[in-house]
Write a protein that binds this ligand. Structure first.
Ligand SMILES: [Fe+2]
Length: 96
């Protein structure tokens, strides 16, 4: 999938607020990469997908944890929303 396809996927799966946040983060990441001489495409990709798993349901989170044997630490058990960074990778495997 290219960035435009991922943008379309996120537009259809995230809330409007989260989608707009992701687009803004993508733009800022690209700008910072340009300033610091880093890979702009990689930075844009990272910015775009960084919250793609943040709106997963509890059932989806549990499914990914089991399917991909995700290690959940004590802090994540108390605050499951912190798992979105780990689960983004799992979610990306199945959807994007
Ligand atoms: Fe974010």
């Amino acid at each position: 999938m290219n960035l435009e396809e991922i943008e379309e996927y996120l537009k259809n799966t995230l809330s409007e607020k989260r989608y707009m946040h992701s687009i803004g983060t993508m733009k800022k990441a690209r700008e910072l990469a340009r300033i610091y001489g880093e890979d702009e495409e990689k930075a844009a990709f990272a910015g775009l997908v960084h919250d793609m798993a943040k709106e997963l349901t509890k059932d989806q989170m549990e499914e990914y944890i089991k399917k991909y044997n995700v290690v959940v630490d004590e802090v994540e058990k108390m605050k499951p929303s912190l798992l979105h960074a780990k689960l983004r990778i799992c979610h990306g495997k199945g959807e994007v």
